[in-house]
Design a protein around this ligand. Structure first.
Ligand SMILES: Cc1cc2nc3c(=O)[nH]c(=O)nc-3n(C[C@H](O)[C@H](O)[C@H](O)COP(=O)(O)OP(=O)(O)OC[C@H]3O[C@@H](n4cnc5c(N)ncnc54)[C@H](O)[C@@H]3O)c2cc1C
Length: 402
């Protein structure tokens, strides 16, 4: 009987886990004995890092040709339960039926979702750029503002959260609003961050550049204030300040997919499972955790993975390889990604590229933007549906940023 490697998710981690597992199975010549199966709503990759952009084209490339080329099968549905003792998952399939699928190795790559605390009005009145539907909903809303009477609320966008996603999103807004309301419109674009500084997780080094860039884009920064209440036409901050707006975009944080909560073991404050060097979930057998659902050490210096595409791609390759390696008898590959970089898009100003965990600034403005565009249009996209070419990049040794 064939053995099954089942991967939940076809995001950056799941896609690479599948191709990497197929590669290891092929290296061992065990294609006839081992199936690699991906379960996700669609055999496609949502390019989440680009969902703040104004033009939502090619944000969901089809993975079916790639999966076919490397011999991976796909089940359209959502994993609902994981029974680690029975080595069995339950899937709610897109066709409305339920499927109980046994596995020999299970890889959880179900990603993350926007954290929405119980702020009054948040669920009803905010927009977001977390998933493709949300990004489309925001786009339709922004375009519809032109049909409303001119008021301060119509002309104002507030982005809640001044982290990486909040900065990339807010920097696009002056141009997007002007495109809808006209170049002479009296627009206001505000980012609200509850920490004392914008980009608190990005540290002090790039901060002056980010502040200057946002100012040049026409973005107002409010720090040290939390969003307390959202309504259809305003947002009230913890400082008592009330801003008239029909458009509040929530970007304040992400949490691991709730499926991570079904895996026994230690978790971090984002709900991620703490993985070992090989990305095993440490308290159960035959389960690997990868991408945004795992926290793992990136080096021997105490740095750990972030919920980022940069880490998810390597984490995926390693988890997929190791799941297959345990079945075919290949050596396991430890996860390591000592080089850390960031490339933060800041609208028409350009982008800031940093290297190192202390985020030393290496490129700004147009030079940074050119790199960001290469990342966003090439680096993070699926490989061509060519078995040999895909296997070269699926090697767990492959280094994304040399
Ligand atoms: C606006 C925005 C900007 C970002 N910018 C950057 C950036 O500049 N740089 C960077 O490195 N990172 C960035 N990120 C973060 C990056 O997108 C994530 O870290 C990355 O997508 C994580 O990859 P993943 O494969 O773990 O999860 P995801 O890409 O979220 O994929 C999860 C997959 O699991 C599937 N799934 C979900 N639930 C289930 C289930 N129950 N059963 C089966 N399948 C399921 C989903 O459909 C999807 O296929 C950004 C994110 C956002 C939202």
């Amino acid at each position: 009987m064939t053995k099954k490697i089942v991967i939940a998710g076809s995001g950056f981690a799941g896609m690479w886990a599948a191709v990497s597992a197929a590669r290891a199975v092929s290296l061992a010549g065990k294609e006839a004995d081992i199936e690699v199966i991906v379960v996700s709503p669609m055999a496609s990759l949502t390019i989440r890092p680009r969902l703040y952009e104004a033009v939502l084209e090619n944000m969901n490339p089809d993975l079916a040709p790639l999966f076919e080329a490397v011999g991976v099968s796909h089940i359209a549905g959502l994993v609902q339960t994981i029974d680690a003792d029975a080595r069995l998952i339950e899937i709610g399939k897109n066709d409305g039926t339920q499927l109980h699928l046994p596995y020999d190795k299970f890889v959880l790559a179900a990603g993350s979702c926007l954290f929405q605390p119980p702020v009054p009005g948040l669920a009803e009145h905010t927009f977001n750029v977390d998933q493709l539907e949300g990004a489309h909903r925001l786009d339709i809303h922004l375009k519809s503002l032109a049909n409303r009477p001119e008021t301060a609320a119509r002309n104002t966008v507030v982005v809640a959260g001044g982290g990486f996603t909040g900065i990339e999103t807010v920097a696009e807004m002056p141009e997007r609003l002007r495109k809808v309301l006209g170049h002479d419109a009296d627009i206001r674009v505000v980012v609200v961050e509850q920490a004392p500084h914008i980009g608190p997780d990005l540290g002090p080094v790039p901060r002056p550049v980010i502040e200057q860039a946002l100012a040049e884009c026409g973005v107002e920064i409010i720090t040290g204030a939390a969003v307390n209440i959202v309504s259809a036409d305003s947002v009230t901050l913890s400082s008592g300040q009330r801003i008239q707006t029909h458009t509040v975009i929530w970007t304040a944080g992400a949490r691991a997919n709730p499926l991570a909560g079904q895996i026994p073991g230690e978790r971090d404050r984002f709900g991620r499972v703490i993985g070992d060097a090989f990305l095993h979930a440490t308290e159960v057998d035959d389960i690997f955790v990868t991408g945004d659902v795992v926290q793992a050490a990136t080096d021997g210096l105490g740095n750990t993975t972030l919920m980022s595409c940069q880490h998810a791609q390597s984490l995926g390759r390693v988890a997929g390889h190791n799941a297959a390696a345990e079945l075919v008898g290949l050596p396991l590959h430890p996860y390591s990604q000592p080089k850390y970089v960031t490339c933060l898009d800041i609208g028409p100003w350009g982008a800031v590229y940093t290297e190192g965990w202390d985020r030393q600034v290496h490129l700004t403005r147009d030079a940074g933007k050119a790199l960001k565009q290469a990342i966003n249009t090439t680096w993070i996209y699926p490989p061509p549906a060519d078995r040999n070419a895909a296997f070269v990049v699926a090697n767990p040794d492959f280094v994304i940023v040399p």
